[in-house]
Each structure stands twice: as structure tokens, then as C-alpha cells.
Ligand binder design. Sequence first.
Ligand code: GAL
Length: 312
Amino acid sequence: MTHTEHKNGDIWLDIDGEPIQVHGGGMLLHQGVYYWYGENKDSENAVGAEGALLDRVDVIGVSCYSSTDLLNWKNEGVVLPAVSDNPEHDLHPSKVAERPKVIFNAKTGKFVLWLHIDTGDYKYARTGVAVSDSPTGIFTYQRSFQPLGADSRDMTVYQDDDGVAYLLHSSDWNATLHIARLSDDYLNVTGVSVLAFEKGYREAPAIFKRNGRYYLISSGCTGWNPNPAQVAVAESVLGEWHVQGDPCEGEGAETTFHTQSTFVIPGKDGKFVLMTDRWRPKDLRQSGYAWLPIDWDGDRLILRWRDTWSGL
Ligand code: GAL
């Protein structure tokens, strides 16, 4: 099955005609191949999960799909699977494992996966790290922790051109975004860190670099329900971040077109594409994807709805 486009907002199909399960995902380009990682939610919503505040599915794991054209996706399987036989394990199905992001460390030759690890009540609030020799896993889970002692929920990792990588995570009960430089092996945070958007309540961070400046798209904090996006701009990942405002234009702008940001793909010829999720809280496995090419008015970022995604 070959695809020339996907319908934005729907769940997309892979080359076998099966629904793609990589929610809250991120993208790694490695040796000419795109690897799309995300939450596999291919299960019915869990009913009456103890302590769970929000609609959820049991953890299945992190799935990966590969493609060379960002349209035709091959299922590479669950590359970080849930651990069913130990209720205490961070990856037990009863836990929360969200927003996985993978970066490649050229010095160590390792693929490093970071993700949000939590309990169903979202009070554990940690980030987890896993490592693999191959982009398609299986990743070996290392541990979870609270970076520099701070709670951590929605997050992303960003690798700059110079090889320095950063963890950006919602902290202080989501009030503030913490940005910490990673160690050279990408397995830990260093003491170099800053706070951004204090009391700004930002989630779902997606960061990229254009013409030497950094842009950060994020959502507000309303759980699975959509809300207005925000863009901020900085001369360095560690700030200072200046809020540019809501980038969305047109019908549905006030809910980011009923989506939530998750990652920005730096494409060819200076083009950028925002990957978003259209969550379906009552049937999370059917949550859709919408990828929106970013438009520009000089240095001002603009997001407009597109009915389809047809590649770069
Ligand atoms: C959102 C967050 C998602 C998920 C959800 C749970 O705010 O961005 O990753 O945690 O809440 O309700």
C-alpha cells in the first residue's frame, strides 16, 4: 500500500494498511531514514484505573516506524516494551510512559530515548532514559529520575548542531518549563539549567532552530483537550525566551486546530513541519495526527490548517 497523502486529524495508516501507533511522538533522521517514535496506544481505554485522574490506556510501549519520504511508514515494532511482570517497574502497563524522543550520540554510537514516566495520578513526575545500539531497538531501560530534583511531566529533548543536547520539561506542577543541558553521553542532565515561562503553564514543547535562532512551540495545560499554542524565540536554547504569541491563523486557531504540538521536523530547504496529535480522550487509540508545514512572515512563525499532509 503506497500513500501519496494522509488526511490531517485522522489516524494514518502504515504501508501494511494498519493504523500508525506513535502518539506524542518525535522524529529522528539517521543516515537518510526517518524514524518516528511515539506512544503505542493500541488498546481500549483502561476502565476505572486506580488513582488515574485522566482517561488513559495501559502502557504498551514506545513504537517506531521508518520512512524515507515521511509518507510511507514501515512498522519497526515496539522498541521499548512495557514490563508486565513487575508492578513496581516504571514501564508496567499501569504506569504512564509518554512523549518519547530519541537522539543519536555520535561519540558513544548509542541511540538515547528520553520519555515522561509517571504513575496514573501523575504524581511520580519523572523522566526516563533508555539506550540502544540501533534506531529500531530494542532499547534497554536505564532508570527514571527527577532532573536536578525537579518534577518532570511533558518533555522533549533537543540536539543542537554542535552536538550539545538539552532536556526541556514542564516542572513545578507544569507552571514552569525547565531546560537542562545533557551530559556528553546524553544519559543525564548537567547542572547547567534555566527556567523559562515561570507561571506560564506550558506543555508539549517542540523546539527547532532557524537562521541561528531557536523557536519553541508549546501548548497550554488542559490535559487531552486542545488549547491555544504559543511560540517563543531565543538566541540560545538556554534563553532568554521571548514570547511571540499564538502562531495559529484561520478557523480553529484558538484550539491549535484541535491539536497539540509534539515535535518539529527540520525538513529540506529550510522547511519545518509541526507534528501534532489530535487526541480522542474517550478512545485514545484512535487519536489522529496532523502535520502542519510552518509558514513565515519574516521572523514571525505562522501555523495554518492543512486538510492533508503530502510530504515535503
Ligand atoms: C496532556 C499532555 C499529554 C498527556 C495528557 C494527559 O496535557 O500533553 O502528554 O499527559 O495531558 O491528560
